[in-house]
Design a protein around this ligand. Structure first.
Ligand code: HEM
Ligand SMILES: [Ca+2]
Ligand SMILES: [Mn+2]
Length: 344
């Protein structure tokens, strides 16, 4: 069917709904001046922030008559004095501070901006699928309660039930954790900021799922932090939660299914991220402006799923009872270590 498009006042863009026009300049501004055209610290942190804003929402608490948080309502920005001090939100104060001026100078709710920035930031990462973006979320009127954002030292039971409360099945938690392919930790071990969760934090590839399944050996830094377990490669951080979810009988086969299936991201990540971005929000009042979200560059041809140099099938701690772990080529050369994510 033909979709009628309107010309935007900028004389360049067209949109399916005139309300989306205002997003093009905001998008171009943040690509340049927040993300610096890179899938690095600020894009990663903006993606993380979508989760920490939205998941602070509890239908179970509401059913008990308590305030369960507003979901994707911008509360982590609007009540940053409260929420960025929650333990699970450690480190989010920095990206919140960086996002605030862009919110202040544009006519956009904080609730929309957090989700918009996450989607535009992800599009800086080669291999990433395009996320949906719907416009029109109302802003929070109060801070979310503490205790709703999962911690890396939480049990699998606790993480799965927390996410089930907001509507995600066990296997969908695995889909959501694809985000950790473009991710690093600043606050788990503060002696080694920007320590990545896989060897390729600048691309949205399957390495995170392969590398989390390797036998752990050492800590990248001082080690022994709460929620940290040994990782297989020097310079790589492994969260206890990722380690356990990769090996739990409820989630291990889904985890393994991603190791050799780059295409799977295209259907699964936008599905769960689209739902995450709508937690607590009345979707019927929103306008679909997904067309404003850029298409990420493709993965480089060299980015085929592989074992890091020095690792083979022998190093795999397979955990899926139904299907053998796929085979992968080993990167040539001597074992290397992973470098921190650049911070500009
Ligand atoms: C479900 C349980 C989860 C736990 C326990 C968890 C935990 C963590 C922790 C501890 C960090 C490191 C923060 C730091 O020290 O700087 C992190 C980073 C990150 N998380 Fe998660 N996470 C979870 C799920 C998710 C989900 C669903 C998303 C989806 C958006 C996500 C996106 C990210 C990103 C993009 C980063 C990297 C931030 C950066 O590189 O600066 N996480 N996560
Ligand atoms: Ca990666
Ligand atoms: Mn970071």
């Amino acid at each position: 069917a033909l979709t009628r498009r309107v010309a935007c006042p900028d004389g360049i863009n067209t949109a399916t709904n005139a309300a989306c026009c205002a997003l093009f300049p905001i998008r171009d501004d943040i690509i340049e001046n927040l993300f610096h055209n890179q899938c690095a610290e600020e894009a990663h942190e903006s993606l993380r922030l979508t989760f920490h804003d939205a998941v602070a929402f509890s239908p179970a608490a509401q059913a008990r008559g308590e305030f369960g948080g507003g979901g994707a309502d911008g509360s982590i920005v609007l009540f940053s004095d409260i929420e960025t001090n929650f333990h699970a939100n450690d480190g989010t104060d920095e990206i919140v501070a960086l996002q605030k001026p862009f919110i202040a100078k544009n006519n956009i709710s904080a609730a929309d901006f957090v989700q918009f920035a996450g989607a535009v930031g992800l599009a800086q990462c080669p291999g990433a699928p395009q996320l949906e973006f719907l416009l029109g979320r109302p802003d929070a009127t109060q801070a979310a309660p503490d205790g709703l954002v999962p911690e890396p030292f939480d049990s699998v039971d606790s993480i799965l039930s927390r996410l089930l409360d907001v509507g995600f099945q066990d296997f969908e938690v695995v889909w959501l954790l694809s985000a950790h392919t473009v991710a690093a930790a600043d606050r788990v071990d503060t002696t080694i900021p920007r320590t990545p969760f896989d060897s390729t934090p600048e691309i949205f590839d399957t390495q995170f799922f392969i590398e989390t399944q390797l036998v752990g050996q050492t800590f990248p830094g001082v080690g022994g932090a709460q929620g940290e377990v040994v990782s297989p490669i020097p310079g790589e951080m492994r969260l206890q939660s990722d380690f356990l979810i990769a090996r739990d009988s409820r989630t291990a086969c889904e985890w393994q299914s991603f190791t050799n299936d780059q295409e799977k991201f295209a259907e699964t990540f936008p599905d769960v991220m689209g739902r995450l971005a709508l937690l607590g929000v009345d979707q019927s009042t929103l306008i679909d402006c997904s067309e404003v979200i850029p298409i990420a560059p493709p993965l480089p041809d060299s980015a085929i799923p592989h074992f890091p140099a020095g690792k083979t099938a022998e190093d795999v701690e397979a955990a899926c009872a139904e299907t053998p772990f796929p085979s992968f080529p080993t990167d040539p050369g001597p074992a290397t270590s992973v470098a921190p994510v650049p911070n500009e």
